[in-house]
Every structure is written in structure tokens, then in C-alpha cells.
Design a binder for this molecule. Structure first.
Ligand code: AMP
Length: 220
């Protein structure tokens, strides 16, 4: 049983690594961002409430978010374990999570922090382009498409996501530094924090995480 929590600033590669880890360990994904996006699509009361904050680039209030995670943990079935992604994002959420885990007789195996410097993040995000049709991602310098501004896979014209515009990136980084960064100390004090250098190829980052998790579980 592997219960992971993955953290990282916007653009640190958390999305890529979480996808690979989910597949590798066959974990159940618990992403509050995904849950909110689904609720917004459905137009449910939770979705309507969350949209007020999400559209402003702000965090959804802790109570609402904690209740959602509580429901998932209470009713979920996690044959190989779960991976929390995008939660907790505040100290109050981390405290609430600890209480829930204790109540349900669960615990975190590790808290993975994919670490990347702010200056590198800004450069990564500024160059990121996505295909609006098939969601493939590119970077104008690090991973350019074969034909400029055009998706290799389907030929659609690439776009820059609104989230990746500099003003929005700076706002997300500011919120991260203010609200989420203190959690790193919280987990470090509990000896649960696993810091991973995120300024490497996606393969190197992934292999490092798998190796460190293996050491933690006492097998290589
Ligand atoms: P994400 O896809 O994880 O970046 O989440 C998208 C948006 O949903 C965030 O920018 C927040 O507005 C909201 N959100 C997701 N998870 C949380 C959370 N744990 N606490 C508060 N708001 C959240």
C-alpha cells in the first residue's frame, strides 16, 4: 500500500510525474483540481461555488475543499493506495487531512516535493504551448513542434493557456509561496518530506522518485 502526496509549484512538472506514478504503482488519483473541474462542468452547487474562486485564480475555501476530500477518503476504495495531488494547499488543509487519515486508519507513505527554482519555472511556463484539440504539450525552446506553432500529432494551431500567461503564473507562484510553501516545513518536521530535484529530464526525475520510494519501503 502506497499513499503518496505530491507537491510542487505550478510548472514544476508535478502533472507529468503524477501521471507516471499513478500508472507505475496503479494508484487512485485524488486531485481536488480535477474534482472541481468536473463539478463546474456539471454545474453542481459545489461547482458553482468553486468557480467564484477558481476564475479569480484564488484558492477555494478550506472547509469546502476539506469536506470533498473527506468524502473521497471515507467512501473510496484504494486497492494499491492513493495519490493526493493539489491537496493540501494550506496549513489548515494539512491539519484537517491528518485528522481524517487518523480517523480512517490511514497514513501517508511519503510527501514528494518536486523542486524547481522560480526563474526556471517562469521560463518553462512562458514557452509552454498546448494543442487545444489533442492536449499535447510543447515548449518553444525545450520541446518545439516540427512545424512552428503546429501540433505534430494532429496539425492544429498551438495556443498558450491563459494560466501560462506571465501575470497569471506570477499570481499562482505568489499564492503558492504564501499559502502552500509553509507545508514543506510541516512535513519536514514529521520526517515525511522527500525532496526531488525537478530540474532534470522527466525520466530522471521519475526514476529518482521510484528509487527513493523503494528505499523507503525497504526494497530496491
Ligand atoms: P489545480 O488543477 O490543482 O491547479 O487546481 C485548479 C484550481 O482549483 C486551483 O487554482 C484552485 O483555485 C482550486 N483548487 C484545487 N485544489 C485546491 C485546494 N486543495 N484548495 C483550494 N483550492 C483548490
Amino acid at each position: 500500500m502506497l499513499n503518496l502526496l505530491i507537491m510542487g509549484k505550478p510548472g514544476a512538472g508535478k502533472g507529468t510525474q503524477s501521471e507516471r506514478l499513478l500508472r507505475h504503482y496503479q494508484l487512485t488519483h485524488i486531485s481536488t483540481g480535477n474534482i472541481y473541474r468536473e463539478e463546474m462542468l456539471k454545474g453542481s452547487p459545489i461547482g458553482i461555488e468553486a468557480a467564484k474562486y477558481i476564475s479569480q485564480g484564488e484558492l477555494v475555501p478550506d472547509d469546502l475543499t476539506n469536506n470533498i476530500v473527506r468524502d473521497v477518503l471515507a467512501n473510496g476504495n484504494f486497492p494499491n493506495g492513493f495519490m493526493l495531488d493539489g491537496y493540501p494547499r494550506t496549513k489548515a488543509q494539512a491539519v484537517a487531512l491528518d485528522q481524517m487519515l487518523e480517523e480512517f486508519g490511514m497514513s501517508l507513505t511519503a510527501v514528494i516535493n518536486v523542486l524547481v527554482d522560480d526563474s526556471i519555472l517562469l521560463e518553462r511556463m512562458a514557452g509552454r504551448r498546448v494543442c487545444p484539440s489533442c492536449n499535447a504539450t510543447y515548449h518553444i525552446k525545450n520541446h518545439p513542434p516540427k512545424i512552428e506553432c503546429t501540433c505534430d500529432a494532429c496539425g492544429t494551431k498551438l495556443i498558450q493557456r491563459a494560466d501560462d500567461l506571465e501575470e497569471s503564473v506570477l499570481n499562482r507562484l505568489r499564492i503558492y509561496n504564501e499559502k502552500t510553501k509553509p507545508l514543506l516545513d510541516y512535513y519536514k518536521r514529521r520526517h515525511q518530506l522527500m525532496v526531488i530535484d525537478g530540474v532534470r529530464s522527466s525520466d530522471d526525475v521519475f526514476n529518482d522518485i521510484v528509487e527513493k520510494l523503494g528505499e523507503k519501503n525497504g526494497h530496491h
